[in-house]
Design a protein. Sequence first.
Length: 241
Amino acid sequence: MGKVVLITGSSRGIGKETALYLAQNGFDIVLHCNKNIQKAQEVLEEIKKYGVRGRILQFDTTNREQCQKVISKDIEKNGIYYGVVLNAGITSDSVFPSMTDEDWDNVLNTNLGGFYNVLKPIVMPMIASRIKGRIVAMSSVSGIRGNYGQVNYSASKAGIIGAAKALALELAKRKITVNCVAPGAIESDMTHDLPVEEIKKHIPMKRFGTAKEVASLVNYLMSEDAGYITGQVISVNGGLY
């Protein structure tokens, strides 16, 4: 049996590509979805083609009690995860004067709240198992440099960076690494309605990145070779700073 990695928000986009990339490299995968179980099942079937094991957990990352219950039950039944990829997240963009309380709360609760809600039932079992585990949190270029119309999203992604750096310090002596990956403009179903050609003008490499390019970095951070890398924020952004 391979090392097991839980990936939140893994039914599409970067999460899906990360799940497939890790599966190709021998990791067993625990997929996660909130509502779209059908999409997660389709990803699971793709994963199994690589000869690794997989299963699906369904929970709302904003629901602390549900996260605790579902994750703890899975750990009790199947054992602790070697790695966790915190990928689930949302956007709700608008300029700050037009931003609603709901826009702020939903994005912060999902993106930053999810960091706490998902990891809380995992970290102590990780420590107790004495595995040299891996935690990767998906931040964003918006969390590093800010982005117009994304005060809520930028705040959530910057918060993830601070939380990951602090947790990295706490877990370093346990040989558990904690790092952030900060994607820039990445091709996905979420970018279809954006002014792509205009955005490309501001990217030094003049193109969007791919989900696979993000996934390959996550795969490296999950490897044994990355055991001395912790508390870092690594960007995949085509030179956009």
